[in-house]
Ligand binder design. Sequence first.
Ligand SMILES: Cc1cc2nc3c(=O)[nH]c(=O)nc-3n(C[C@H](O)[C@H](O)[C@H](O)COP(=O)(O)O)c2cc1C
Length: 185
Amino acid sequence: MAKRLVVGITGSSGAILGIRALEALRKAGVETHLVITDTARKVIADETGWKPEDVERLATKAYHIDDFFAPIASGSFKTDGMIVIPCSMKTLAGIATGYASNLLIRAADVMLKEGRKLVLVAREMPLSLVHIRNMEAATQAGAVILPPMMTFYSKPSGLEDMVSHVIGKALDQFGIETGYKRWHD
Ligand SMILES: Cc1cc2nc3c(=O)[nH]c(=O)nc-3n(C[C@H](O)[C@H](O)[C@H](O)COP(=O)(O)O)c2cc1C
């Protein structure tokens, strides 16, 4: 059966990561359930020139950030996990403390309570102790913190190669192959 993933895009820098992740998941035949925060809508337009509605069209289904009646708000809706890409420090804080103030954080909360895979592509620089403590709490609760680190060993020729590397590493967490350049490939 095809995989089904929840995808969250927040208003941290790196909106292109969320877009490329959705494209890769579509190519891999994964069913995607997308929720984009209000700030992410603005950052998507500012950083990439994409319209948020066009990003939503990359997903199988997209939900409004305040729609707590959406299927992904419930643990009874079966999924193979969730990726938040990119993940802001604000959303990380909500996930780490269980303060489910919007649908994205509620969906992440569901992943943790159901023991499902939750990957947070947490992006900020530098990190405060607050951020690090929230990462620790989220990790202890079962999430995987996967920051969009720069890659060097793959000898990237530019930003798109770096982005592909991050997407490849992130989707490896779900056993989804994207064909990115691995060490010794
Ligand atoms: C252009 C832009 C870039 C931002 N980059 C980051 C970032 O890299 N990391 C971060 O945690 N917040 C960043 N922020 C701040 C978040 O957007 C802000 O904290 C917001 O409240 C996050 O809300 P959300 O998680 O609901 O999207 C950025 C904001 C803007 C406008």
